[in-house]
Design a protein around this ligand. Structure first.
Ligand code: ADP
Ligand code: MG
Length: 320
């Protein structure tokens, strides 16, 4: 199969919101008046971002989902993506499943694949995502104010537990059969919080998606906004395994595990009720987990007895 047949068979679909899609030297798009273009890229490398035995469908889903998550974090509506892929060889069964997972995610979030590049090399998947946000309405890391409430969507630590499970790093009895499956699903098929990001446009002061762990990612908001924060462990939503899993391990997976793709955001207390209304409208769990402070770079997590929780690692860093 030639490169061009491969692109035609696996990566060419009708594109919405696009003047010219796959097939020419460049794609052509128009952005809506009164909007800014939001652009981000994320690369997935085998055995760093996904296990090399991960089903190709989920590699496809996740490579787009993690990019869409960055649009969600900005309060942008994702619209277009490009895909640059290096493949060691052409394995049609793998490509067909990869493409099915990629387009399932694209369809779920209204994204068009408008171009890319295909080459031979060690398996590497680079996606660029583009979206739109009304002028001046983007959610940024530098907008938090002292005294903001800190919120998190969904639950944290599921994906890290799923990874630990697949790597045989958990005791056999740590997770029930259904917990195993839901944690592996969280790892392999993350659900970007696009509707939440859009709903927060006029509500949140700052937002970030949690890809490297809550403490690391909230740390970016604090750094950019020149603030500190107090978090309360008993309010942080996590899979309830405390009886079967050592507490220190559970805390580390929840606070510093990666790959959650939940949104962490801050908003003034005056928006508390508006946020509870989003919970109802989107049928999505949102939890108030702490507050920002004026103590620059001080990120404290307190346990039930108001003792500080100390963690060895705050999150994932590729160069640590
Ligand atoms: P060029 O040589 O001009 O860069 P290519 O031959 O690399 O163009 O690509 C041909 C067309 O196929 C282009 O429109 C490009 O955007 C698209 N394309 C290539 N690889 C992919 C891919 N993996 N997914 C989507 N579109 C792709
Ligand atoms: Mg060209």
């Amino acid at each position: 199969m030639s490169e061009f047949n491969l692109i035609a068979k696996y990566f060419t679909r009708a594109c919405a919101n696009t003047d010219l899609g796959v097939g020419d030297d460049a794609a052509l798009i128009q952005i809506s008046t009164g909007h800014q273009l939001a652009i981000s890229a994320d690369m997935l490398v085998a055995d760093t971002h996904f296990l090399s035995n991960c089903p190709a469908y989920f590699v496809g889903w996740k490579s787009l989902a993690v990019n869409i998550s960055d649009m969600a974090a900005m309060g942008a509506t994702p619209k277009w993506a490009t895909l640059a892929i290096a493949l060691p060889n052409i394995e049609e069964a793998w490509l067909s499943e990869f493409s099915r997972g990629f387009f399932a995610c694209a369809d779920a979030f209204g994204v068009s694949l408008i171009g890319g590049d295909t080459t031979r090399g060690p398996l590497n998947i680079s996606v660029q995502i583009m979206g739109e946000v009304p002028l001046g309405k983007a959610l940024r890391r530098d907008g938090a104010k002292a005294g903001d409430e800190i919120w998190i969507s969904g639950t944290l630590g599921d994906a890290a537990l799923g990874l630990a499970q697949l790597q045989n790093k958990l005791e056999e009895s740590a997770l029930s059969t259904s917990e195993k499956q839901s944690c592996i699903d969280a790892l392999q098929a993350p659900q970007p919080r696009v509707a939440l990001g859009i709903a927060l446009r006029n509500i949140a002061n700052s937002a970030i998606d949690v890809s490297d762990g809550l403490l690391a990612d909230l740390g970016h908001i604090l750094e950019h906004s020149k603030l500190g924060a107090n978090l309360y462990w008993e309010h942080i939503p996590h899979v309830n395994l405390s009886e079967k899993l050592d507490l220190a391990k559970l805390q580390s997976l929840t606070l510093a595990g990666g790959d959650d793709y939940e949104l962490c955001f801050t908003a003034p207390a005056s928006k508390h009720d508006a946020i509870l209304a989003i919970v109802k409208n989107l049928n999505l769990k949102l939890t108030h987990i702490g507050v920002t402070t004026k103590e620059v770079s001080q990120l404290n997590v307190y346990d039930k007895k108001h003792q500080l929780i100390e963690l060895k690692s705050k999150g994932y860093d590729h160069f640590d």
